[in-house]
Ligand binder design. Sequence first.
Ligand code: HEM
Length: 452
Amino acid sequence: MRSARAASLPPGPRAPATVNTARLIRRPLQSLIAWHRRYGDVFTVPYLIFGTGVYVANPAAVRDLMTGDQSDLHAGEANAPLSPVLGPNSVLVLDGREHLRQRKLLLPPFQGSAVTHYREVIRDVAEAEVASWRPGTEIVLRDRMRALTFEVICRAVFGVTEPERVERLRAALAAVIDTGPMIFMPDLLRRDLGPWSPWGRFKRLLAAADRLIYEEIARRRSESDLEERTDVLSLLLRARDEEGRPMSDPELRDELMTMLGAGHETTATGLAFSFDLLLRHPRVLDRLREELAAGDDNYLEATVTESLRLRPVIDATERTLTKPRVIAGWELPAGIRVYPAIVVIHQREDLYPAPREFRPERFLDDGAESYSWLPFGGGIRRCIGAALAQAEMAEVIRVVLARAELETVRPQADPVVMRGITLAPRHGVPVRVRAVRHPLATRVPPQAGPGR
Ligand code: HEM
């Protein structure tokens, strides 16, 4: 067995952190793939703000990292800047036993059978969204998908369905989310100097959103049908940990905020990428329509899987070492950030022949392999909403293909850039709506009215 190389970090670009950061933001896919080609499966990149990180682009090494002893790995620590919004109990910012407790409470509402209930909600929301599109107009798909996924979270996760309350919640939460760059604000500037100071304004918006969330929690707790309800909040209100304790209101608030933060933009971006790929690959689009018309969903599932392979929303997950650890033959020091390089693994030719091509067929017979297909990360931090996100992507694609004809307005695929901590299409995938078919128009023949 090869002995671990100590004392030095794996090779990587020598450019200063500013240059590496700018490259990653502007051309994340090209930069990571070029570094991998040049330096191999394990490479080091110094960044601004995040410091020096080591990327791992080898599925076996990623499996070792994510399935071995996890006690010396922290993921929550790196998410600490999110804690003013998500709260101290958020599963995303916790590590160790506290993380596991929250995770165990959160998982059941997101497991396969529970997600089936949400498919209908998703289809209803998607039908309403497409019905609002006007033929001949241009829409930016990422924006439309954000509105849609937001509504799905309100209904399926918060369990709020009355339009007036959905709207109140949307306005309050959107105001907080729109202050997104706040999370990058240095500690020094995080001071409440009144409603006109940036942090003061943010704190007030957050307090307003919190009031509504606590109101929803209280209302749900007192509802007579709580035992029968299937939305995530109701399931969490009924959940008990190993010692039989229910979740407290602040815990519920923090996890609701976390699911909104982690689940709405990500799914919207995944959908925008999928449509950009589909509209530029007429062969795939035609086959998908045919299979759906024949009542077969396998190609639809494969399309979602392939889209998340070619256009993952998160470029890399992150683990911080709290002790030295040997990874892919390198002894890495405590304190270093290790990045399982999702984007790079997804483009390995040995795993995916012709990796740049959009070919859902590659997932038709064999499903995705856990550590070669990582859009949702893995191990004890794997995305809790993965099944929901995939169901949501599939249902929205189904409804949009059935109801609308879209065409691209840009000659080339939308370039992938970094937006905050996720990848995103630079222009948001603008498209022209050519036609919208209303559900009733296909089911009920139009009737001649009196006087016609
Ligand atoms: C296409 C959509 C989505 C993508 C690409 C995505 C991706 C990810 C990734 C990469 C992670 C980190 C995993 C790791 O560190 O190994 C994560 C964590 C998480 N995601 Fe998602 N996610 C999506 C949708 C959702 C949805 C819909 C929800 C919930 C409503 C959600 C809730 C979470 C939570 C709570 C975590 C933290 C898990 C933990 O730390 O234990 N995500 N997600």
